[in-house]
Design a protein around this ligand. Structure first.
Ligand SMILES: NC(=O)c1ccc[n+]([C@@H]2O[C@H](COP(=O)([O-])OP(=O)(O)OC[C@H]3O[C@@H](n4cnc5c(N)ncnc54)[C@H](OP(=O)(O)O)[C@@H]3O)[C@@H](O)[C@H]2O)c1
Length: 334
């Protein structure tokens, strides 16, 4: 099979399409012949060496959709030929509250989806919603799951709440916007570019501010009439302290990332005085994956696809991620 292999850390050109042996399923595993895959920030960070425990060469990629090509012992043979979406949150464990010791993300240490075929635990396969194209289905898994758990399970988004999603150009953020809207929230966003704020409004955002403006927090407080009830953030860094300033008393701030680093301080007085909750969230459970996928199937939501690159142009896809020029998901057609 052809696969996009990361040979050395660093530049996007270190990811090259090579011939690799076809994977063979072991017990309780399946091999999926991929039709489309997608990129996440994680893939770029692994490539740049910003992850612990990287072993090379490796095939990156957590998101994928395709048809089941083969199954191992213990897996129902009727699954062969089925159209599936892969849940990249592998072997979560028995506790809904947090992932167990076997939990891992597809695409390091195990070879991922930027390839013609991938081997995964059969428990990670979910029926592809027929309403979605292959490219749409592949755009959803990691980002959709992360946004769903953060917003719905961890922060308990409710109808009519004012939700702030920071950095709306991000892959997860565009899912958070759509999912929050589907729960009846009013959604406000931030972005570093006016064009992305306009795109977000076209997708249903109720307002937005440019985080490069000195007074962006004032703008958000004004448009949310006193501050958001719920903030969903993955920027971290210096932005994070400001989120605790603007969240409404009794509100919650949910974090799932630290794109701009860890905040140097957290003003805990603000947190306890405001009766505010600070919540962490990572990926999600199989139950959450199924619930999220249903929103995108007959629930009618659609992922925002930025661009589709052929597998042969994988380095260009990485360059697009590095440039932060994307709005929504960078997809790989296979
Ligand atoms: N814990 C988990 O399970 C999990 C899962 C997925 C991702 N993550 C993490 O979440 C982060 C986002 O992932 P992604 O794949 O969605 O990345 P991405 O598509 O590359 O998005 C990153 C976005 O961050 C925004 N940003 C940058 N500086 C900002 C600032 N100062 N204030 C507000 N926003 C800012 C930018 O938004 P604009 O373009 O609009 O300016 C950019 O598009 C990454 O750190 C990733 O590692 C964690």
């Amino acid at each position: 099979m052809k696969a996009a292999v990361l040979h050395a850390l660093g530049d996007p050109d270190n990811v090259r399409v090579d011939e690799r042996p076809d994977p063979a399923p072991g017990p309780d595993e399946a091999v999926v012949r991929l039709r489309a895959a997608a990129l996440n920030h994680r893939d770029a960070w692994i490539r740049r060496g910003l992850y612990a425990g990287i072993t090379l060469p490796v095939v990156l990629g957590s998101d994928g959709a395709g048809t089941v090509a083969a199954v191992g012992d213990g897996v129902d043979r009727a699954l062969v030929g089925a159209a599936v979406v892969i849940n990249p949150s592998l072997e979560w464990g028995d506790d809904e509250r947090a992932q167990g010791p076997k939990w891992r993300i597809l695409g390091l240490p195990e070879d991922g989806t930027h390839a013609e075929q991938v081997k995964v635990p059969a428990s990670s396969l979910f029926p592809k919603p027929p309403e979605l194209s292959w490219e749409e289905a592949a755009a959803i898994p990691l980002a959709g799951l992360t946004a769903y758990r953060a917003l719905v399970s961890r922060a308990g988004v409710r109808q009519g709440e004012r939700v702030l999603v920071t950095g709306i150009g991000g892959g997860v953020a565009t899912f958070a916007l759509a999912i929050a809207k589907s729960f009846g929230a009013r959604v406000f966003v931030t972005s570093g570019t006016e064009a992305k704020l306009a795109r977000a409004r076209a997708l249903g955002a109720d307002g937005g501010a440019n985080y490069t403006d000195d007074d962006w927090t004032k703008q958000i407080v004004a448009m949310t009439e006193g501050g958001p009830d719920l903030v969903v953030d993955s920027a971290g860094g210096t932005t994070f302290a400001k989120l605790l300033e603007i969240v409404r008393p009794g509100g919650r701030v949910v974090t799932y990332g630290a794109t701009t680093g860890s905040p140097s301080t957290i003003e805990i007085r603000r947190l306890f005085w405001k009766q505010a909750a600070l919540v962490g969230s990572t990926m999600g459970t199989p139950r959450e994956f199924a619930a999220m996928l249903a929103l995108y199937g007959d629930g009618g939501l659609r992922p925002v696809v930025d661009r589709i690159f052929p597998l042969a142009d994988i380095a260009a896809a990485h360059r697009r991620m590095d440039s932060a020029g994307q709005f929504g998901k960078i997809v790989i057609g296979i």
